[in-house]
Design a protein around this ligand. Structure first.
Ligand code: SF4
Length: 191
């Protein structure tokens, strides 16, 4: 069966989660990167709570991290403390308002649902695991699957003739190798 590569699957999972995050964070008046910073500060130890370590962790530029820290400091989510032994080093401290915000944004509901659904499954390969993860996330999120015909509920095949049950049109070998906006997994309700 035709399927996306592991890299493409990871990209799709990442886009789906990012789009969910954007919606959720927008409702709280913050951007995904703000939550990522606060999340990092809640996880890291005292050797790692510096702007330099944060920049490495996020893989962003110093300028972007610096601007993000200014916004978060202004909103009262974190503070900067000088290192007692080295005046050149600043430590970032998560404030109660930052912890409170974090508790409101995690975890994403769809990811929790996906974890629960995937718990009992066994996977043949990384690609299989990623494909199943994407499918479960898309179902939980009611988002379009953009899959291939062979896994679509509308796909019909007999005597080497392939047809789309949605449009009632024949499908060529080439067409069933392409992803489709109308693709629907079995057991998912159409809009
Ligand atoms: S809806 Fe799209 S994916 Fe499903 S069978 Fe028709 S063409 Fe293929």
């Amino acid at each position: 069966m035709r399927s996306l590569t592991s890299f493409q699957l990871l990209e799709r999972i990442s886009s789906l989660l990012l789009s969910e995050e954007r919606k959720r964070y927008a409702a709280l008046g913050i951007q995904p990167v703000h939550a990522q910073v606060l999340d990092y500060l809640a996880l890291c130890n005292r050797y790692s709570d510096t702007p330099a370590a944060l920049t490495e962790y996020l893989g962003l530029t110093k300028g972007t991290v610096s601007q993000t820290l200014q916004v978060l400091e202004r909103k009262g989510y974190l503070s900067k403390l000088p290192d007692p032994n080295d005046g050149r080093v600043v430590h970032l401290q998560l404030l109660p308002a930052g912890r409170e915000l974090l508790s409101q944004v995690q975890p994403l509901d769809i990811f929790t649902q996906a974890e629960a659904n995937l718990l009992q499954k066994e996977f043949k390969s990384l690609r299989h695991a990623l494909g199943s993860t994407l499918e479960v996330l898309q179902k939980a999120n009611n988002s379009k699957s953009f899959g291939f015909c062979e896994s679509c509920v509308y796909f019909r095949e007999s005597d080497q003739h392939m047809q789309c049950g949605l449009t009632e049109e024949p499908l060529s070998q080439d067409e069933v190798q392409k992803i489709c906006r109308e693709h629907l997994f079995p057991n998912v309700k159409a809009d």
